[in-house]
Ligand binder design. Sequence first.
Ligand SMILES: Cc1ncc(COP(=O)(O)O)c(C=O)c1O
Length: 374
Amino acid sequence: MSQLAAKHGAINLSQGYPNFEVDQQLKDLVNHYIQAGFNQYAPMAGVLALRQAIARKKEVLYGCSLNPKTEITITNGATEAIYSTISALVGAGDEVIIFEPAYDSYVPSIEVNGGVVVALRLKSPDFRIDWEQVKDAVTPKTRMIMVNSPHNPSGVMLRHEDLAALQEIVADTNILVLSDEVYQHLIYEGRRHESALRYPDLFRRSIITMSFGKTFHVTGWRIGYVIAPPEITTEIRKVHQSNTFGINRPLQHALADYLATPEHYLSLPAFYQQKRDLFFELMADTPFEFLECRGTYFALASYRKISDMGDQEFARWLTREKGVAVIPISSFYSDGTDEKIVRFCFAKTDKMLAAAAEKLVGIEELSPAHSCLV
Ligand SMILES: Cc1ncc(COP(=O)(O)O)c(C=O)c1O
């Protein structure tokens, strides 16, 4: 969709990345560490100062006590964290339960390692997990259950009851849990992030993936991390070592210093909530029907009032004819489930959001728009 947006000069609200500037203080710190000569290989598990800063942060946020030496590994974005985890822990024939719509690296990472994807479908508008269905899907071959909260693309968050149900299902089994929490700070109306780190019994068999790209508007830096108990971390590092060895060193030092000021991440919910509210307000006069967005920087909207096209076709049409690119959510389902919903990314400047809304406000309801499409 980003390529199509570029081709047609459309405003790109498709791919999930911010278009605003990185904090000058963070950029200065990177410069500082490059000038100061921190330019050679970083330790394989990550710069210790950064791992210590992460451990302190998690203790403050989630009340857990992590050993930075044995439980935290810095990775090439959360994508590498997910891949190295699956590659280390999922073998041929192992079943992995995922919930779709799902971030698009999950299925290929499982399949390329010989795992078998067991995809359970979440349905709009609430995209809730049916834990009875999960129980039924568990077999002796189930190796892992992957959850993502706050959830891309739906913006739904797991609640305490969800974590409790998950914990009960995996207790006394060999099933591992991969909890993808890259949007941990993008949570609205003061909700509590139910991290797997808050649940000691669950954490014993969990792997948590996180991303600085999402947190500090630096998706191009490719820095994330994976948290897991020591014996699981040892296995993940065996893959990480051959995959990337170490991650960009000056950036790690800069992030370690930057994390020392909690305001840098504690201010994020208010910052993005303002963006979300502005976007909804700007889009209020369009025929799109928005679903509730509790977290992430994505908003889902049904376009049923505009067209009955499939979502892929609709997204291409919107890009080409209306100049705004979005993501069709069938792309997040391996069977192409089409709920006639598209995803907007609102991690954009206010000016860009206003320009996009201006292009969409005049869009007509079903019949006229439809007739020009088909
Ligand atoms: C749910 C989810 N997990 C993981 C990632 C990957 O994060 P990173 O950019 O740090 O690799 C993304 C990025 O869009 C995502 O949406």
